[in-house]
Ligand binder design. Sequence first.
Ligand code: ADP
Length: 482
Amino acid sequence: MNILLAASEVVPYAKTGGLADVAGALPKALARLGHNVRVVMPRYKLEKIEASGERLPDDLAVPFNFGERRVAVYVDRSGEVPVYFIDAPEYFSRAKLYGESDDIERFAFFSRAVLEFAKALGERFDIIHLNDWMTGLIPAYLKTVYAGDPAFATTRTLFAVHNIAFPGLFSPDQLPKLGLPGWIYRPEGGIEFYNLASALKSGLVFSDAISTVSPRYAAEIQTHEFGEKFDGLLRARQIDLFGILNGVDYDEWNPATDRYIAAPYSISDLSGKRECKRDLLRAFGLPEEMDRPLIGCISRLSNQKGFDLILPIASQMLERGVNFVLLGSGEEIYERAFQALRDSRRSQVGVYLGFSNELAHKIEAGADMFLMPSRFEPCGLNQMYSLKYGTVPIVRAAGGLDDTIENFDRATLRGTGFKFMEYDPARLLAKIHEALTIFDEPDQWRALMLNGMRADFSWDASARHYVELYQRLVGVGASATV
Ligand code: ADP
């Protein structure tokens, strides 16, 4: 099949979260299954992007803002899948990927450019695979401006929701500027969302099918509690909604081959993990107390991630004698709270506020346990990375965390981590205590670590599910089950 995947962030070029990991890894997995895949993203002013790729000979004419804008397109063919970059410096040469006042205009432009780019390639795409609100207007363009365009007559869209909590809101007054007809601003069968327009809703309404990143989250977003007010719409589109678990790119996340960690290790020889722990303690300037349990956390600092469970019990957790390291950035209230925690316990707590891929790898390898008590979690990747690194996850049973982590049972030695349900700090603390009790029993702990390291969340299985879904959309193998 001929597949175009459009995303606002793609590993290794630009990343703020899990979306980038998926947009980097899924296309490779699809290509390995024999499909023809291309990826298209904005050309941000980032070193990794500017250092890669060559400019295509022909620029692209993109109708936008009552006129036409010509943009260059670059391509990087050095990987398994070609990645194309839309070069519109006034939109993408910014300090941040998102959070700018003209975000909707920036990503509407990108969306329109993606379609012009698809046409300019002169190929028919069977599937355009979209990701979150930043590409949510593409199905609206296809169902309006490009309706009847022979280039897309057989193209089907899949809109993948990585997080339903980002609605991509904007004023409907912008629609003419974006080149979209006013009629789409309506509640039923349109993009009106509580008196504003929503790019996410556009993706949900106008795409041919919707996917999300775990089966559990697919069920959760149809409920009032987790649907962020899209639950009614999602229930109405239930037969077009599929939950497909994200995979792990083991080319990137594997302690046997990881180039960022102090020593490689694997199931057959775990000794390197101790070196990684020492290296991690050093990186955070903590005493090299190798036998003290070390709990790690890597996260966007957002209220989604359960910090209002961690912070109230942090002192009690530390009193049990653990060390704690955190890598994250985001909301100031959490940044300050973790700085204060570190300042009060300098010999036990390490905090790095910022984004560092290298440090993320070091934490996965060097920590004994990984803390991820999310309020909601569409899929979550770090818990799966942790399993591969023998770093035992402590999670709340939300979304993909529930789908991927099995609670450890000391009687049968089954299970891969520690999992609790109720969103309550006391429940988290009890789980941490349970984990520490098992940690003190080396044989049990080793069995638990190995269970996790043996688990296989490679992309291959997930990519096959996507292919079945694509085939269903284009009408091939109509009996396929997803
Ligand atoms: P989300 O997409 O909600 O942020 P996921 O667990 O799906 O959560 O994916 C997060 C990804 O971003 C992981 O690859 C994680 O390692 C990475 N990450 C998050 N915060 C940081 C950070 N501060 N520095 C480096 N990597 C980070």
